[in-house]
Design a protein around this ligand. Structure first.
Ligand SMILES: C[S@@+](CC[C@H](N)C(=O)[O-])C[C@H]1O[C@@H](n2cnc3c(N)ncnc32)[C@H](O)[C@@H]1O
Length: 211
């Protein structure tokens, strides 16, 4: 289910929006061009759109601004409460990438800064679920930290340690960041054509379309 990191978000919920605005030095490069990254996701979505890992609702807001019919799924109670307070009339439900309320068929599955909470096996499980959930022209549009290869992953951890960014280094070691070749293979095995676009030194846009 990938819900093992909920305690981190219990602590981070209140200050999360400071971090995305660059006020947390360690995460400045991770959140560089944050609003434009979210816009890259929202501008590709169409039709009935689900967002996983809504957090405080920043991508959710852009999806609404793009006039999409959106359902948000967020497992952390504190994060969900913040998003719900911002968008009281919208559908923001408890659930996670793998276990969520019945949605019917959807056209776009979106997420930002969240898919790395699943192991690679869970990522494959999620993509299998999404294949059945999506309409024929449906697509997955995720922005998340992902590395070009294992070497660049290890180098990024070393860089963070050398800069004294110990929280960032611990995060990179603890959570399930993957590489582009691994993610490409996961998506293709689940029946998708996938492309990747680099958005900053950490974050890539992944666009997976049903074959
Ligand atoms: C770094 S925040 C990103 C929030 C928002 N999408 C953004 O771009 O600012 C990650 C979010 O993913 C959620 N999350 C963690 N594990 C998850 C899971 N297994 N399924 C869905 N969401 C998860 C966390 O609760 C948190 O709200």
């Amino acid at each position: 289910m990938g819900r093992e990191f909920m305690n981190i978000f219990d602590e981070w919920a209140e200050s999360y929006n400071d971090a995305v605005q660059g006020r947390n030095l360690e995460y400045q490069d991770v959140f560089k061009d944050y609003e434009s990254i979210l816009n890259s996701v929202a501008s590709k979505a169409s039709g009935l759109t689900v967002e996983f890992g809504v957090g405080t609702g920043n991508l959710f807001e852009q999806l609404i601004d793009h006039h999409l019919d959106v359902i948000g799924i967020e497992p952390n109670e504190k994060m969900r409460a913040i998003a719900k307070a911002r968008f009281p009339k919208e559908r923001i439900w408890d659930g996670d990438f793998l276990i969520f309320p019945e949605l019917g068929q959807v056209d776009s599955i979106t997420s930002s800064y969240a898919f790395h909470h699943l192991t690679d096996d869970e990522k494959f499980e999620a993509f299998q679920i999404y294949y059945d959930l999506l309409s024929d022209q449906g697509q997955i549009i995720f922005a998340d930290t992902i590395f070009e290869d294992d070497l660049s992953y290890q180098q990024t951890i070393q860089d963070a340690e050398q800069k004294g960014y110990l929280k960032l280094a611990a995060d990179l070691k603890r959570e399930y960041y993957t590489t582009i070749p691994k993610m490409k293979s996961i998506a293709e095995k689940a029946g998708f054509n996938v492309s990747f676009q680099k958005l900053n030194d950490f974050v890539w846009l992944m666009n997976a379309k049903k074959q």
